[in-house]
Design a protein around this ligand. Structure first.
Ligand code: PGA
Length: 253
């Protein structure tokens, strides 16, 4: 039995004060919700204040990235140990916006994932194809390549802290969600690869989130699919009511 895991990826949104307003609302409204794991991913600058506000709650704090070195001359980067120090317990790595706009590759995503895990964080490794890749029939090959890079050098001992997020690029921020069937097909493929990589017993414990225009109206049907174990939510995580509705819909399945 995999506990569903819902993460709100706030991307480049919200000041520290706005972040605190949102998490205070989430903390109050979601305190009684059981049977689901919940996290928010604020910007690096809001993260310490958010983590502090969420102390003692059932909501964790996640970073949106994690650099692969721990310290040194790497202007603009933030490392795993620094994220832990700031109060994060999870890190997203390989988000398609990082791959598209900031040069993340399958190889660098693997380095980031290993660094996050080495620091004691959980790692959410994102994979997903573009529209051209889907239309060209290359979805599974692209996901295979990203997965192979993202999981390189990992062994079964860290699997409890590993999550995969399948996020088709064409569904992110477009309002065009993958159908539950389209998403399940890729999730089942990812699960098969995890079986090959870590063995069936371990692979069956790894959560695979879906992301891309998840809303309260589609969350339940997506998460009802056998290999969809939660959601990585962008736009709809910026409003308390929307995110709360998604968490409740995900828990209901
Ligand atoms: P979206 O973003 O929910 O706004 O489509 C999802 C994501 O990029 O994680």
């Amino acid at each position: 039995m995999r506990t569903p895991f819902v993460v709100g990826n706030w991307k480049l949104n919200k000041t520290i004060a706005e972040s605190l307003t949102l998490v205070t609302e989430l903390k109050n409204q979601l305190s009684a919700v059981k049977g689901i794991q919940i996290c928010v991913a604020p910007t690096f600058v809001s993260l310490p204040a958010v983590a502090k506000r969420l102390e003692g709650s059932n909501i964790g704090t996640c970073s949106q990235d994690c650099f692969w070195e721990t310290s040194g001359a790497w202007t603009g980067e933030v490392s795993g140990p620094m994220l832990v120090d700031a109060g994060a317990t999870w890190a997203i790595v390989g988000h398609s916006e990082r791959r598209q706009f900031f040069g993340d590759t399958s190889e660098s995503v693997g380095k980031k994932a290993r660094a996050a895990l080495a620091a004691g964080l959980g790692a959410i490794v994102c994979v997903g194809e573009s529209l051209a890749e889907r239309d060209g029939g290359r979805t599974l090959a692209v996901v295979d390549d990203q997965l192979a890079g993202g999981l390189s050098g990992m062994d079964g001992t860290i699997v409890a802290r590993l999550v995969i997020a399948y996020e088709p690029v064409w569904a992110i921020g477009t309002g065009r969600t993958a159908t539950p069937g389209q998403a399940q097909e890729v999730h089942a493929h990812i699960r098969k690869r995890l079986h090959e990589r870590f063995g069936a017993t371990l692979a069956d414990t790894i959560r695979i989130q879906y992301g891309g225009s998840v809303k309260s109206s589609n969350a339940e049907a997506l998460i009802a699919e056998p290999d969809i174990d939660g959601a990585l939510v962008g736009g709809a995580s910026l409003e308390a009511a929307d995110f709360i509705a998604i968490v409740k819909a995900a828990r209901g399945t």
